[in-house]
Design a protein around this ligand. Sequence first.
Ligand SMILES: Cc1ncc(COP(=O)(O)O)c(C=O)c1O
Length: 379
Amino acid sequence: MYKDFVNFVREVYQSGDFIPLHGPVFAGNEKKYICDAIDTTFVSSVSEYVDQFEQKLCEFTGAGYAISVVNGTAAIHLALHSLGVGASDEVITQPLTFVATCNAIVYTGAQPIFVDVDWDTMGLSPDRLESFLESHGQIKAGVTFNRITGKRIAACLPMHTFGHPVRIHEIVKICEKWNIPVVEDAAESIGSTCLNQHCGTFTTIGVMSFNGNKIITTGGGGALLTDDGELAGKLKFLSTTAKNPHVWKYRHDELGFNYRMPGLNAALGCAQMEQLSDKIQDKRQIAKAYGNFFASQSYDFVHEREDCYANYWLNTLIMPNEEDKDAFLEYTNKQGIMTRPAWDPMHFHDRFSSNPGVDLGVSEDLYRRAVNIPSSSRV
Ligand SMILES: Cc1ncc(COP(=O)(O)O)c(C=O)c1O
């Protein structure tokens, strides 16, 4: 199968050269808008391109407000900070995620605690979440604490893995019952929807990333999505050093962050947004072709769930076992086809091994068997 796979990928991408996992494509107005931003001299965060980029994000996702920032990690940090997450708190998340999710939790002073993922979504399992809260949660005066550690469970941070929507409706319902705010890490899921609603818009705040490996890029960049106008104002204020509004005075009564997206990056983003729908269509065609290829080889390929529409950010193959996964990675990378395993689960890192005794077997199994294969759009 390995050799056929390499030939198949070369055919899909019409290339005999190195094929990356996910590379950017700049096929539109990128240079024009960046030059224009330079001509205006407004290259930093006070820029019409920043406003335009945020407007385009709202139109595309249906979010009431978008606040663009320097990257997705900063966006998660700011989201948690704005909800009051801080030292001595815990935040529930999934072990199968990129390290940025957990780093952002730690930036607030809180600790991540882990609940396992579902096999089909590869994202936080509502069933596991419910049983974790039943066994570990305790509500005191309307606030949920971890009865083992005594710490407040200040937020829940599910992630839509590789662009496949997590069971977000169920997660939100469970968290409502326990009075736990939810922040969606939608860094990988622009264009993905669940029951026709865009990922990142189901919860108090959703977060996106526009890193160079995402479907659209601003070079480096991220955004916070919310429907709450007051919160949006606060997020914008906090991301611009929390400067009190005044024509000339510099006064900052609250801790702020220099997280606002610069205009140069937003100019790139505006051009990329114009191509987003075409990119997603193309990626879905590639996913369909992979699906057919792997079905003919009796290999397990991750398909979108019923009622969901996936952007197939990174196409995912589940190998029969760890040895096959390693052999596949070895062979394909040697052939110039970039493939990668899923991330090392977060609880495998000493600094994140905070809740022993909780079964995280699905994340561990996916880590041993999942492989991401080339997924860039061709347009
Ligand atoms: C799941 C997840 N969360 C957060 C991030 C952080 O985004 P950024 O790289 O823009 O900081 C990324 C992406 O890189 C990600 O994949």
